[in-house]
Each structure stands twice: as C-alpha cells, then as structure tokens.
Design a protein around this ligand. Structure first.
Ligand SMILES: [Zn+2]
Length: 241
C-alpha cells in the first residue's frame, strides 16, 4: 500500500501540452504538465469546489462553472462523463477537511457544495486517468498549467487510481489546484508541489526552493526558485484573521 502510494505520488501531477499555432493540442511524452496558452484574464478563482458526484465535462478553454476543461481538450477532446467519488462517506469528509487545512493559510474557500457564484476552481474527483484518455495509469491527477493564474480551471484527482487514500488524494488535489494558480514543481520533499517522497505529510512550505521533478532546475518563467506558500499569499492573499 505504501509502496504503491509512493509510486503514484512520484509520477502524479500534470502533463505538458502545447497548443500549437495550428490550434491543435500536442501531448509530448517527456513530462507531466498540461501546458496551455496564456490568457489575458488572470483573476484567481477564490472558491475551490471539490466535486464528488459523476459529472460530464466538455473540452475547450477552462470554464469550470460551464464544465469546460482544457485538460480534456488535450486528451480525449470529446465530451466525457466522469464516475465521481467511490470511496466511503467518512473518507470523503476527511478529504474535504484535509484540503481545507492545506489551503487554510490563504484567502480561499474550500467546499464540496456546488458554488452559486460563477467563478470557482472545479476539482473533478473520481475515476482513473484512462477515463479522460490518459494512458499512463500512474498519473494521480492533472491540471492545466502555464506558470500563471488560470481562471475557472478544471483540475482532476483520480481517486480510484489513488485507491481512495485520503492523504494521497488530498495532496494530489493541493498540487493540481496550485498548478492552476501558477505553481511549478518544487524540489523540496515537504512541499505539496514536489515529486519527492518519503518525508511524511506535505504542505505549502514557506521557503525558497529550486524547481524540478527528479533533479533541480529553474522554475517556469526562468526564476531560480519558487516559494509555494508566498506565491499563494500573493495570488489569494492571507486568510483574514
Ligand atoms: Zn504536478
């Protein structure tokens, strides 16, 4: 169980996808960011909606309230129904609490009730990568990424593939949502944004760290380091006391 979880976490994350000038989407086989074109609009969505029910999504430029997903455009590129959460009620409550705790330092709402406002992050929880046409079964989650804030993004946490493991799903959701807020992979084992495993529960760490997956590199956009905690404070603000 632990071994399987570690393997999933090491590879989980996002897939690089380039939208070519032709308008086609290309999935390179080298990494796991879903790279999308930058958008003029960069206002962060301040509600993170964890959707546990089965939902149908359509491919296109992200618009969470409308159920439109750029990740899906890069994979199956056809309307797709996702199966939703299949774990226990108790585990679901723990997932929600865990994600809330992760984002507690920041001015953002985490809910599993569909928001009435027209601006939120949709986390589609459930199923396996194959459900959206991703062949690599080791991927635990997917998010669109371009190094900046992506408004109204749709991100994925493949909870069945993660064996409904609360901590694995929680940390996957943290990483995928944060990718959509512009965060790269950090080379710091305690950080939510890392592929490094084996150092216990992760959180957003207030520390300047190099980026990278299996080795250190510069961060998206060319900066030498990122600080996941500070980045989210900049984007969302600190939670008012
Ligand atoms: Zn990732």
């Amino acid at each position: 169980m632990i071994g399987a979880f570690a393997a999933v976490v090491v590879i989980s994350g996002i897939t690089i996808i380039n939208r070519l000038e032709t308008g086609k989407w290309e999935v390179p086989d080298t990494d796991d960011f879903v790279r999308i074109v930058k958008r003029a609009e960069r206002a962060p969505s301040r509600t993170i909606f964890l959707e546990r029910r089965a939902i149908e999504l359509r491919p296109g430029i992200d618009d969470a309230p409308a159920g439109i997903s750029s990740v899906l455009a890069s994979t199956r590129n056809t309307p797709t129904k996702l199966p939703g959460w299949k774990g226990s009620e108790a585990s679901w409550k723990k997932v929600v609490t865990c994600v809330r705790d992760l984002f507690a330092p920041f001015d953002v709402v985490v809910t599993d009730q569909r928001p009435t406002n027209a601006d939120f992050v949709l986390v589609a929880v459930g199923g396996r990568p194959g459900d959206i046409g991703v062949k690599d079964r080791r991927i635990g989650g997917l998010a669109p990424f371009n190094g900046e804030v992506i408004p109204r993004p749709v991100v994925y946490a493949f909870s069945t593939a993660l064996s409904n493991d609360v901590r694995a799903i929680c940390e996957t959701i943290g990483m995928e949502v944060a990718h959509a807020y512009g965060l790269d992979h950090g080379y710091e084992c305690k950080d939510i944004m890392t592929y490094l495993a084996g150092c216990g529960a992760k959180r957003f760490v207030d520390k300047d760290v190099r980026c990278g997956e299996k080795k250190r590199r510069d961060c998206e956009g060319g900066k030498p380091t990122q600080n996941s905690f500070r980045h989210l404070v900049e984007v969302l603000g600190a939670r008012p006391r």
